[in-house]
Design a binder for this molecule. Structure first.
Ligand SMILES: Cc1cc2nc3c(=O)[nH]c(=O)nc-3n(C[C@H](O)[C@H](O)[C@H](O)COP(=O)(O)OP(=O)(O)OC[C@H]3O[C@@H](n4cnc5c(N)ncnc54)[C@H](O)[C@@H]3O)c2cc1C
Length: 411
């Protein structure tokens, strides 16, 4: 039986491991953290079927002064990180042309539109369907000019085939009664789903993986042995032989890819959440506030406010004021919100300047595959990524055209 090793047990690694098992592999999963306990545990839980917009859109350059100068901007670049970040930022800006952002949008949509199609079968096999709800998601705009712009941008989503409903401000409280009165309006994405616990979903997928004979080793991979154009062994509590290697280590994949001959402009868009165990309000579906760059999702543990972006690399200490600031904004948008016992968290979105993940065979090693860089949409894209990698390795036809996600694409 083919032995496959998956490095990184976040949601992408877990889904990849399960699709590899389904294609007959004997799979070993390796991570220094318990499965799903890293960035994949703290997100907003939205399975954003039909999302299309890359982060780098025409006109994004106008936001750079605020990113640098305003201390609590929703998207913030720490001044001390400007120098190491400049190459990424330059390519990010280059990707904001109309032509490039439209190309990214089509490639994002190809993955997000299949998000639930590939996740639900895994959740069903894992007896975890109760952790996934399908009530859509609501993008809310406080000001009229923001709402008008969102409607224009939404026409573009619809051209790519994504469904949506425009909700005028006067109808908003019928859709979400806890929203403040007087907001300009919203766009409902009826196709989105959400998980009520990203961590429990990962844990359920991991239980299935173990029941199906999967092996888990809790350590960090630091080294690979190669013979010709194949990786033969890796260092993980001693040397271990493998027939196939999958790198799904989220924001930490950059160094592992470099060791395997592929240098990438991978950085992290750090994001925060604030969990409110007794929020005093309830939401019917995830509610996103794009101008403030955060979402509010009801989870089994309470209401989670999750979002914002901070560019500061992998080693700088968290600035939890960013998490608490979300609550300040949220109280004006959700007036009944109470905050007793709230706790902050930070995670590392793995992001490339063109907002597309890498889902790719290695150009240098015949038995090495990469699945990382899913940015704001890793939960949404995880299962279709896993199915695609497993199909590539088996020589089957993958669910999507993989050309846009190649590791050696020009970014
Ligand atoms: C605040 C916030 C809100 C978000 N909201 C959403 C949302 O609503 N919907 C959505 O789709 N996405 C969302 N995301 C994005 C999503 O959470 C990420 O894209 C996704 O979790 C990335 O998954 P991953 O498996 O690639 O990475 P991770 O979860 O980071 O997993 C990678 C794993 O690799 C391990 N690893 C690292 N180095 C090594 C090594 N050398 N050896 C072995 N293992 C290693 C790490 O320990 C880690 O466990 C959000 C992110 C944030 C921060």
């Amino acid at each position: 039986m083919t032995r496959a090793t998956v490095v990184g047990a976040g949601i992408v690694g877990l889904c990849t491991a399960l699709y590899l098992q389904n294609s007959g592999r004997q799979v070993t999963l390796i991570d220094p953290l318990p499965p799903g306990a890293g960035t994949s545990s703290g997100n907003a839980g939205i399975i954003s079927v039909g999302s299309v917009h890359p982060e780098s859109m025409p006109g994004i350059w106008k936001e750079i002064p605020e990113m640098l100068l305003q201390s609590q901007a929703p998207v913030k670049l720490r001044p001390g990180y400007l120098l190491p970040f400049t190459p990424w930022l330059m390519r990010f800006l280059a990707n904001s042309s109309a032509e490039r952002s439209q190309r990214s949008a089509a490639a994002i949509h190809a993955l997000t539109s299949r998000g639930l199609d590939y996740l639900l079968p895994l959740a069903r096999q894992a007896a975890a369907l109760d952790l996934i709800q399908q009530q859509g998601s609501l993008y809310v705009y406080g000001r009229k000019d923001q709402f008008e712009k969102a409607k224009r941008d939404n026409a573009y989503r619809e051209r790519l085939g994504a469904n949506s409903e425009i909700i005028e401000g006067s109808e908003l409280n019928d859709v979400e009664p806890c929203l403040a009165p007087g907001l300009a309006g919203a766009i409902l994405n009826p196709d989105a789903g959400h998980t009520v616990s990203p961590l429990r979903l990962s844990q359920a997928l991991f239980r299935l993986f173990s029941q199906q004979g999967g092996e888990f080793i809790q350590t960090r991979v630091t080294h690979f042995d190669r013979m010709g154009n194949r990786v033969t062994r890796l260092e993980a509590c001693g040397y271990r032989a493998t027939d196939e290697l999958f790198i799904t280590a989220g924001a930490y994949s950059k160094e592992l890819a470099r060791l395997l001959g592929s240098s990438m402009l991978l950085d992290t868009e750090r994001g925060y959440h604030l969990l409110m165990p007794q929020p005093g309000i309830s939401l019917r579906r995830p509610v996103l506030f794009p101008p403030q760059a955060f979402a509010a999702t009801m989870m089994t543990e309470g209401l989670r406010l999750a979002g914002t972006v901070e560019f500061a690399g992998l080693s700088a200490a968290p600035d939890y004021r960013r998490a608490f600031d979300m609550a300040v904004h949220a109280r004006t948008l959700l007036p009944g919100l109470e905050g007793e016992g709230q706790s902050p968290w930070m995670g590392y979105r793995p992001s490339l300047p063109d907002s597309l993940p890498v889902i790719s065979r290695s150009p240098w090693f015949n038995n090495v595959y990469f699945g990382f860089g899913h940015g704001h949409l890793g939960l949404t894209m995880a299962a279709v990524t896993g199915a695609t990698l497993a199909a590539m390795a088996a020589g089957d036809s993958p669910p999507v055209d993989t050309a846009p996600y190649r590791i050696d694409r020009k970014i």
